[in-house]
Design a protein around this ligand. Structure first.
Ligand code: HEM
Length: 176
């Protein structure tokens, strides 16, 4: 069902706020991750790992889920459709993959945050954790790729999208 223009604008605003917000939250996480990877001071390491846990559960995960949900609404409620254009399919696949990797990574993030919170964890053990840089850098890169894809919306219609377009064109001619 195609959304009315006013509703579409409103939903687009929500989609933009949560999806770009997701990128902002990952950028904040990356700053803490860099601090955890390059710092030796135990108090700084504890603060960084505990904050990484908080940002993950309070910001990154909710924004990621909201991005997927609003992205589905924007696809299904507009002419773009979910499987009519290759750019929309690639956005969906990359977003789902990013969320799957994020959710599996939360186990490591939770473990690091619990160790940082525990006063009996030796300083040496904290220094040995080594952060999660490959995930935060990789995740940020994937999100930027999806942003570029969704703004440029490169041409490329799937066979299903082509058949739908033909059907709509025929219907338009018949009702003229
Ligand atoms: C990291 C994830 C995402 C980011 C950063 C993102 C970002 C954006 C941006 C910046 C736009 C505005 C483009 C424009 O109108 O010029 C947009 C539009 C759109 N996005 Fe996303 N998006 C994400 C995920 C998704 C997903 C997973 C889907 C589909 C399942 C999706 C579907 C759409 C659609 C259909 C539009 C066009 C809306 C319209 O023209 O009314 N997005 N997105």
């Amino acid at each position: 069902m195609i959304m009315a223009p006013k509703l579409r604008k409103l939903m687009l605003i929500v989609h933009l706020v949560v999806s770009i917000g997701w990128i902002g939250a990952v950028a904040a996480y990356l700053v803490l991750d860099l601090t955890a990877t390059t710092n030796d001071d135990p108090a700084t390491l504890r603060a960084a790992y505990m904050s990484m846990g908080l940002i993950t559960w309070r910001a990154i995960v909710p924004l990621a889920v909201a991005t997927l949900a609003t992205g589905l609404v924007m696809s299904l409620g507009t002419k773009w459709g979910l499987i009519r254009h290759y750019w929309a399919i690639i956005s969906l696949v990359l977003t789902v993959l990013a969320i799957a990797v994020l959710l599996s990574e939360t186990r490591t993030i939770d473990r690091y945050a619990a160790l940082a919170e525990d006063p009996s964890t030796p300083d040496g053990a904290l220094r040995a954790l080594g952060g999660t840089l490959p995930h935060s850098v990789g995740g940020l890169f994937v999100l930027l790729v999806v942003t570029v894809l969704n703004v440029y919306k490169p041409r490329g219609v799937t066979p299903y999208g082509w058949r739908k377009q033909q059907g709509e064109r025929r219907l338009g001619e018949e009702t003229r």
